[in-house]
Design a protein around this ligand. Structure first.
Ligand code: MN
Length: 299
């Protein structure tokens, strides 16, 4: 799929010479709430045609070279699909560009972050998880690959550590997740309430200091970190979340201040959306990721 068709105004590149590589993972078989996240990559690409290639502060994004690998479509079974997703993610990491994975539900982070950890092994890797939920369940609905489990699966990788996992925006828990947090005080966990109380700057300092020393960080953005007022189109919305204004700044600063080497954006569910509000919020975040990459490229 040529980037020319979508992502209007950006330069289309090959995997080896691009700044950013996009891959859609249209899978929503692991949700506990509403489905529809499988339609997100298609909807986001479609809407990208209407977005001008400038950041919200007027920075020109037309120099950014983007390779859009297209979607990895689910064909057979869950296990072989995740193996394929992992291999495709690994290949994109090998190409040297920064991958941006478009989910799909949050379970897709399981094979994606596994590929990430494997690519950087034995170097330690970190994770920033922006979400209403901590996704720290060992099992959910009898399933280890539920969208409630990705961070537990990430912590099973050899080169990950609890202190290198940093969560922001959390405001709903299962009993097991609260117990896990209590048993592991080194876990970086900022609730949505604390984010509002302490403010962006203080949380950024805490995040940067928690992940200091790492050379590769994975950024996982669940759109339900946003308040449903800003992002109604998601399977498990939770009131009391961040505003789009806050999320854009949070993602932009995370990209600039930490060595983010891969990003995913998950849980946008177009069939549950209203006037594409959620997809448009996601695209705003995506274009600020582009802007961060452009400014990092110029350094
Ligand atoms: Mn999640």
């Amino acid at each position: 799929m040529a980037a020319k068709k979508y992502w209007d105004g950006l330069k289309a590149g090959a995997p080896e010479n691009s700044d950013l590589a996009i891959m859609g993972v249209p899978f929503d078989g692991a949700v506990s709430g509403g489905r529809g996240a499988a339609e997100a990559p298609g909807r986001l690409r479609e809407l990208s045609k209407k977005i001008s290639p400038f950041s919200e502060e007027g920075h020109d994004l037309r120099g950014l070279i983007v390779y859009d690998r297209g979607d990895l479509v689910f064909v057979h079974d869950w296990e072989s699909y995740y193996a394929e997703v992992e291999e495709a993610a690994f290949a994109l990491l090998q190409s040297g560009s920064t991958p941006l994975f478009l989910g799909g539900d949050h379970s897709v982070t399981i094979p994606l972050s596994k590929a990430f950890a494997r690519y950087y092994h034995p170097e330690p890797v970190g994770m920033v998880h922006l979400d209403a939920h901590s996704d720290l369940m060992d099992m959910y609905c009898g399933q280890k690959w539920s969208h409630a489990c990705p961070q537990r699966r990430f912590l099973e990788q050899e080169n990950t550590k609890i202190e290198n996992l940093f969560l922001v925006g959390i405001r709903e828990f299962e009993a097991e997740e609260v117990a896990f947090w209590k048993d592991n005080p080194e876990l970086g966990l900022v609730t949505a309430r604390r984010y509002a109380r302490d403010g962006h700057k203080a949380v950024m300092e805490e995040m940067v200091s928690a992940l200091r020393g790492l050379s590769a960080v994975y950024l996982s953005i669940d759109i339900d970190i946003l308040d449903p007022a800003y992002a109604p189109g998601t399977g498990t919305p939770q009131a009391g979340g961040l505003s789009t204004r806050e999320l854009i700044t949070l993602v932009s600063d995370t990209m600039r201040r930490l060595p983010v080497k891969a990003v995913d954006l998950v849980e946008v569910a177009p069939p549950l959306d209203s006037s594409d509000l959620t997809s448009r919020a996601a695209l705003k975040v995506i274009y600020e990721i582009f802007a961060a990459l452009v400014s990092l490229k110029g350094q």
